[in-house]
Design a protein around this ligand. Structure first.
Ligand code: TA6
Length: 299
């Protein structure tokens, strides 16, 4: 993998993109534009920070997060690929796939008007074949402007079809989980991961007073996280996705996670643009699919 000096020689952009050593000595990039800044680690192409100008940070990272190759950073936007959740047939395989625990490399960087762009790629390696025996290209484009746009593109480079499921497992920072509501999923059926045999239909906005772990199905509409405590709304627009995962671990699960503070469930909420549950993606040779999400913040 290219060292930080070489990355800066080839991909830094004056006043816009600089590479440096982050937590745990892991290379990361800081993206700046007139409207704010973001930070992304090459471990997992993991966005750990997005702070629009005049706004509090939008993404949340646990104070207990571990920054080490082979481990997923707790918070930000984990890239869950080539499967979401447990592997469909082999529980020994890592939850949420291997993209988020692998080192990515830089494909390109640049400026598009007032936007700052960085594209990362996951180079297929032999040890991935035991987990996912297919030839693929995986790219992650980050476009930072007033809004934050992320696009995860998979291309089948092999000679046979393959299936993936995936999610941009975004952890949002909230003022107080008791005072947020998620609009846009009204009347949408969901798989309740806490009671998988059920498939309830969402009545009204999603409110949070207990552990929530749901995969909303057949939904392509925009979502709004309304945070009265922070006096803001986070808008989420998706394409290439017809499922949404909503997760808050609440008290018991928080205490069971070593990289998650016991009381941190009150300040975060995961809203994940996904291809999960029945919303899987099958790619024929040469075909590609993009999972794209656009985040914006309204005071
Ligand atoms: O997105 C919800 C979920 O699948 C939950 O079931 C929970 O396991 C969460 O992801 C975090 O998973 P992780 O492997 O990052 O601890």
């Amino acid at each position: 993998m290219m060292n930080i000096e070489a990355m800066n020689n080839q991909y830094s952009v004056e006043n816009r993109i600089v590479f440096k050593e982050g937590e745990g000595g892991i290379p990361m990039a800081r993206l700046t534009c007139p409207a704010g800044f973001a930070e992304v680690y090459l471990l997992g192409a993991h966005l750990t920070s997005w702070k629009p100008k005049d706004q509090k940070p939008v993404l949340w990272v646990s104070r207990e997060a571990i920054f080490k190759e082979g481990k997923a950073i707790r918070g930000g936007i984990p890239v869950c690929w080539p499967w979401f959740g447990a592997h469909p047939t082999d529980k020994e395989k890592p939850a949420h796939g291997f993209a988020r625990t692998s080192m990515w490399s830089v494909k390109s960087s640049g400026i598009d008007g007032t936007c700052t762009r960085l594209t990362l790629k996951l180079e297929p390696k032999e040890d991935m074949r035991s987990l996912f025996p297919h030839d693929f290209e995986l790219e992650y484009e980050i476009l930072l402007c007033e809004r934050l746009k992320v696009r995860l593109t998979t291309r089948n480079m092999g000679s046979e079809n393959f299936n993936i499921s995936q999610a941009l497992h975004s952890y949002f920072s909230v003022g107080d989980i008791d005072s947020v509501r998620l609009d846009g999923l009204e009347q949408i059926a969901y798989i309740d991961q806490l009671q998988p045999s059920t498939s309830p239909v969402q009545q009204g906005p999603v409110l949070f007073d207990r552990e929530v772990d749901r995969i909303y199905q057949d939904t392509v509409g925009d979502l709004t996280l309304r945070d009265d405590c922070l006096s803001r709304k986070i808008h989420i627009h998706r394409s290439g996705s017809s499922s949404v995962v909503v997760w808050n671990p609440w008290v018991d699960k928080s205490t069971r996670m070593a990289d998650f503070g016991d009381d941190e469930y009150t300040e975060m909420l995961c809203i994940e643009s996904s291809n999960a549950g029945a919303d899987r993606v099958e790619l024929s040779p040469g075909q590609s699919h993009s999972l794209t999400t656009l985040y914006s913040v309204e005071s």
